[in-house]
Design a protein around this ligand. Structure first.
Ligand SMILES: Nc1ncnc2c1ncn2[C@@H]1O[C@H](COP(=O)(O)OP(=O)(O)OP(=O)(O)O)[C@@H](O)[C@H]1O
Ligand SMILES: [Mg+2]
Length: 236
């Protein structure tokens, strides 16, 4: 049996007094693309944040490549080779695209990050815009930069929160090609998506969350059969 890249068991998490995750179980195998679906407020962002140690108290188990991380502080968790791309992309407005790209240090203990050449080959428009200030980049360019930046750190497990949100269809298509390329390069991806049309053709497996719990999980091959249920749960 392969050790999952990420194994979450019985995860509970709180923001202060507010109990937001109630026993989440999910796993992502090495090289898989897994999509986390759910309505607004279902707990998808909180799940990614809890993996990174960015919620309040957490209970349960979160193993990364078999190693328990639930007791670790955020700065130690990332060094297990995790790259988190939050919904707010965190691009520095006054730094150039390339300065933004170079900002995060390489993760100790992770493998070698993607080289700048490899990144520019994968994101040609970032190469063209390398000297442009963050604030001058389009939403799509900022999103690509936010992902490119974590690839440089050596992270192999990517947690991506709603990367397609608010972007034009042509950019969303480019992001879909990016996910396909990352899978081909052996990256492991757990992504939260509201845009079902974007996520559906990319993912190997799906989880659906509701009220801080996983209520459904299925593989890509079962997608057609699950459509009536997804319609009911998500209105897609
Ligand atoms: N910082 C916070 N403090 C207190 N409660 C929070 C905080 N962030 C989120 N919540 C609550 O936690 C629950 C889960 O929110 P979460 O952001 O994980 O949902 P989501 O599935 O990502 O949905 P969406 O992104 O569409 O809002 C919601 O009830 C939300 O109100
Ligand atoms: Mg969210």
């Amino acid at each position: 049996m392969t050790t999952p890249a990420l194994a979450i068991e019985g995860l509970n998490a709180w923001y202060g007094e507010s109990h937001v995750l109630h026993g989440v179980d999910m796993h992502v195998n090495p090289g898989e693309v897994v999509t986390l679906l759910g309505r607004n407020g279902a707990g998808r962002t909180s799940t990614l944040r809890a993996v990174m140690g960015l919620t309040g108290a957490r209970k349960g188990s979160i193993r990364v490549d078999g190693k328990e991380t639930i007791g670790l502080p955020t700065h130690r968790i990332a060094h297990h080779g995790i790259g988190y791309c939050p919904e707010e992309r965190g691009i520095f407005a006054s730094l150039s695209a390339e300065e933004n790209l170079m900002l995060p240090p390489a993760l100790k203990g992770a493998g070698e990050g993607m080289s700048v050449d490899e990144i520019y080959a994968m994101f040609p428009n970032l190469a063209e815009r390398r000297h442009s200030q963050g604030m001058r980049l389009s939403g799509g360019e900022q999103q690509m930069l936010a992902v490119a930046r974590i690839l440089r750190t050596g992270a192999r497990l990517l947690l991506l929160d709603e990367i397609s949100e608010g972007l034009a269809p042509v950019i969303v298509q480019a992001l879909a090609r990016m996910i396909t390329t990352l899978r081909a390069k052996g990256y492991t991806v757990l992504m939260v998506e509201q845009n079902f049309r974007f996520a559906a053709p990319l993912a190997d497996r799906f989880y659906v969350m509701e009220h801080g719990r996983v209520v459904e999980s299925f593989a890509a091959a079962q997608l057609d059969a699950k459509m009536p249920l997804l319609n009911e749960l998500l209105g897609v």
